[in-house]
Design a protein around this ligand. Sequence first.
Ligand code: DC
Length: 220
Amino acid sequence: MNIAIDGPAGAGKSTIAKIVSAKLGYIYVDTGAMFRAVAYNCAQLDIDPEDSDRIAAVSSESDISIKYVGDVQRVFLNGTDVTDHLRDEAVGNMASVVARIPEVRSILLDLQRKLARENDVVMDGRDIGTCVLPDAELKIYLTASSAVRAKRRYDELVAKGETPDIDVIEKDIIERDERDMNRDIAPLKQADDAVLVDSSYMTIDEVTDRIITLAREAGA
Ligand code: DC
């Protein structure tokens, strides 16, 4: 059984996917973390994010793999666990830039499909329902307004003791969505057979309950 959750940055995909996968006993596959690992690799090697040829070459020589510690996904780059370096805004923005490169997508696509073939998964990303798992039993397109998404991110950063500017956060979110929605290969869009869930005015529990209900109807 495969459940695909796609949507724009900050819609709450990973929060919801973690809860849903734990409730169903499935594995949570965070595909954004894989693109973030590629971006992190480029940053470490001081490669210009726009240098597609170099990034494609480096990515084909690098080994990105996933392991589960309990039910938590850890991402390994050339054998080193880099998971804790991947959550920065800068890495997320750079991930969106390297995600336009066909060779990068193709390497990660194989890894994503293998995980879904071998396990019951809840997989989140941008192109899971449209491209990675077109036959997923349930597809969700999870979204929220950019203002709500920026406010959630702002609250998270404030809780960590940071002093962010909410307008800058919203601007970055809108820019990232535009890049993810308008690239040539596997752009972010709702699959024809995906269920639209707008979480702008829903609690985490409400969103989770809705997806669990849909998953049960789909045979989970
Ligand atoms: O979900 P996230 O914020 O961790 O993803 C970071 C970036 O990676 C996102 O802006 C675009 C890219 N990405 C992608 O192109 N396809 C996916 N399936 C997942 C992420």
